[in-house]
Design a protein around this ligand. Structure first.
Ligand SMILES: NC(=O)c1ccc[n+]([C@@H]2O[C@H](COP(=O)([O-])OP(=O)(O)OC[C@H]3O[C@@H](n4cnc5c(N)ncnc54)[C@H](OP(=O)(O)O)[C@@H]3O)[C@@H](O)[C@H]2O)c1
Length: 288
């Protein structure tokens, strides 16, 4: 399919075309030397037209897009990236393969849906039943050697599973993508990733909107003149964790970028950390 013309993808309201300052320039370093954007856009269950929404996210300033073979958003994302134009290397595309896949072939399939030559990061979506995914990992390493993936990582892995994977294969993932909010997180995992040069990525960083009305969170956000969503995103950024907020609504996706012009004071960071109740918006924190 030809690249989608910008005019078809652009929001009808002109005020939505201007970028929000901060997001496009902020990065974290992977242990391979790659610079990765410090904030990304999630695309699981995007209800609205994927290409339009992702295009608006790119126009607003998101430079990292998170998807997966099983999200059914890859075609729209590819169209949005081509419609946006500019240099491919300015956009960081994350996709995932399933634990039941042939990882090499699934990576090729993902790229063919995206109509891209390479992904910046390919993750094992979750560890396979009863194992750590050694074969999947070897196949992703091959995909990396062949230039299909610039970097490779894991998702929903526990510390012990990462240790076992590295023991068996000798290669440390650059990223572990896990559910991560003040209501559900793991100081032990944060320390482990920090010590081993792994970047944590936070999925469902907004609790799938289920805890945005928490009175403690809302009161603290109000003190900073921010929304609960902005406070949750900023909490991640200040720990070096890369959040992937999803938003169907363009106003939401733009609001979520206004997080580079304020700082949460350390006592409040501690108060947010202390809200940990191992809460999961999807059932359980699989990495615990
Ligand atoms: N690796 C994995 O296993 C895994 C699992 C789950 C998710 N993920 C990734 O993580 C991404 C994010 O997680 P998620 O999609 O589950 O949920 P989320 O980002 O925690 O929450 C999305 C919800 O928050 C709402 N929202 C967004 N911004 C808001 C704002 N400023 N004010 C009020 N509400 C706001 C959205 O509403 P609207 O949509 O109406 O704007 C939507 O209902 C996914 O899209 C996916 O890329 C990965």
């Amino acid at each position: 399919m030809a690249a989608s013309p910008k005019s078809l993808l652009r929001a009808h309201q002109p005020e939505y075309a201007a970028p929000v300052s901060g997001a496009a320039d902020s990065t974290v370093s992977l242990h391979t030397g790659t610079e990765m954007p410090s904030l990304g856009f999630g695309t699981w269950q995007l209800r609205h037209h994927t290409a339009e929404t992702v295009f608006q996210a790119l126009e607003a300033g998101y430079r990292l897009i998170d998807t997966s073979g099983d999200y059914h958003t890859q075609r729209g994302i590819g169209n949005a990236i081509r419609g946006f134009g500019g240099r491919r290397e300015d956009i960081f595309l994350v996709t995932k393969i399933e634990e039941t896949d042939d990882a090499y072939e699934a990576t090729r399939r993902n790229l063919s849906e995206l109509k891209l030559d390479y992904a910046d990061l390919v993750l094992i979506h979750r560890p396979p039943e009863g194992g750590v995914g050694e074969v999947l990992w070897q196949e992703l390493r091959r995909a990396k050697l062949d230039g299909l993936a610039r970097d490779i990582g894991v998702s929903n892995y526990s510390i012990e599973q990462i240790e076992e994977l590295v023991y068996r294969t000798g290669e440390m993932p650059v990223v572990n993508q896990v559910e991560w909010t003040p209501f559900g997180h793991s100081p032990r995992m944060l320390d482990f990733c920090h010590d081993n040069g792994i970047v944590l990525m936070a999925w469902s960083p907004l609790t799938r909107a289920q805890r945005l009305n928490d009175s403690r969170l809302a009161a603290m956000a109000a003190r900073y003149g921010r929304t609960s969503a902005q406070l949750l995103i900023r909490w991640n950024l200040q720990q070096g964790v890369v959040p992937l907020p999803k938003a169907n609504h363009v106003q939401h996706l733009r609001d979520n970028l206004h997080v580079f012009d304020f700082e949460i004071a350390q006592p409040d960071m501690a108060r947010l950390r202390a809200m940990n109740e191992h809460y999961s918006a999807l059932g359980s924190l699989e990495y615990l």
